[in-house]
Write a protein that binds this ligand. Structure first.
Ligand SMILES: [Zn+2]
Length: 357
């Protein structure tokens, strides 16, 4: 007797209605009527196992489609004695059923890469999932070996070393014994975050991480049309075309807007405007924004902006090359250290700054 199974019925878009039908009894009756041997449902996928001698699957499909007018079931039959259901491929064999991990052809095998700025807990989530699946699914030794190799390949593609990952899986289990009552959430920005969260090690606070470095945000950023750098805000420098002395300024508004103000200061002889005054006093000329305005840092308003501005004023003052108010510059040990260690520090190109946000 030939056993003909399995069959998958796909429900399209309507699973919520399906569940709300509260028709478990109806389905039970239906399965009994058609002498279905196995029925497994997960969200919108249903796997049906039946015997060809007792069941006409097309009658089953018709009955399912009559359950509710809005429900449309379609049918996928086994091909070459095998069928895929969720993440497994089930194969018929003389010995019985064989299972293999199934990956859709569209699977890209991308997980959070090892060098991405994410907490290790997030990075290992996908790996742990692969491990658990490998350990719990009833794979044949052959398929298990194959799956292990696939995992190893995925890890390698995402710049992981396969061996410590196996250790990690076990270590995690042990940590579960510790009684922790409270949760605290930290935004992970790198190893600095870890320095802070380590302080909670022997407390009853469990740490969880969130990250701003999400695919959604990265994609949203990449899709934006490249903005002109002068439409942004941050720290800028104006270089006098004649004597090459520099004025450092900051703005929380677009650089273009701020530049127009400098022009206006010059036009109306604003005595409090340092750059305009420098040009007037020395009879030095103004030029186009693109010629004399350099974007030093692209950043939003705030303490970072203030600090960056101070740093650049300090740096130019040290080089006796600044137009800003001389009184603004006071000795600063930190700035001094930065300048000594790397004279180019703080000269990051604006574009580079931008990608970090
Ligand atoms: Zn000048």
């Amino acid at each position: 007797m030939e056993r003909h199974f399995p069959i998958v019925l796909f429900v399209v878009n309507v699973i919520l209605i399906f569940v709300s039908l509260n028709n478990l009894v109806i389905i039970h009756e239906l399965l009994k009527k058609h002498r279905i041997e196995g029925y497994f449902r997960y969200v919108d996928d249903i796997l049906v196992v039946y015997n060809d001698d007792n069941t006409n699957i097309y009658n089953v499909l018709e009955d399912f489609n009559n359950l509710a007018p809005k429900l449309k079931f379609t049918l996928d039959e086994e091909q070459n004695n095998q069928i895929s259901f969720l993440d497994i491929t089930i194969k018929k064999d003389q010995k019985g059923l064989l299972f293999e991990v199934y990956r859709k052809p569209s699977t890209t095998d991308i997980i959070i890469p090892n060098d991405s700025c994410h907490p290790i807990e997030h990075k290992t989530a996908a790996i742990r999932y692969y491990r658990i699946r490998l350990d719990t699914y009833r794979l044949t030794p052959e398929n298990r070996k194959k799956e292990k190799e696939t995992i190893r390949q995925i890890l390698a593609n995402n710049k992981y070393d396969a061996h410590p990952i196996e250790m990690l899986h076990r270590k995690r289990r042990q940590n579960h014994n510790v009684q922790k009552q409270k949760w605290a959430k930290f935004t992970y920005i790198g190893k600095e975050t870890r320095f802070i969260t380590k302080l909670f090690k022997d407390t009853n606070v469990r740490i969880t991480f969130t990250t701003n470095n999400t695919i959604g945000k990265r994609l949203a950023m990449e899709q934006k049309t490249p903005q002109c750098k002068y439409d942004k805000s941050g720290v800028y420098q104006l270089t006098c075309p004649n004597c090459k002395m520099k004025y450092t300024g900051q703005t929380g508004r677009p650089f273009t807007v701020r530049f127009q103000e400098h022009i206006r200061d010059l036009k109306y002889n604003n005595s409090r405007a340092k750059f305009a005054q420098h040009l007037i006093d020395n009879k030095h000329a103004i030029r186009n924004m693109e010629d004399i305005m350099e974007i030093v840092h692209v950043t939003g308003k705030g303490k970072k902006l203030d600090a960056l501005e101070s740093f650049h004023i300090y740096k130019e003052a040290k080089a006796r090359n600044q137009i800003n108010d001389k009184l603004m510059v006071r000795g600063n040990e930190l700035f001094e250290t930065i300048i000594q260690q790397d004279p180019c520090e703080g000269c990051t190109a604006p574009q580079q700054q931008n990608t970090q946000k």
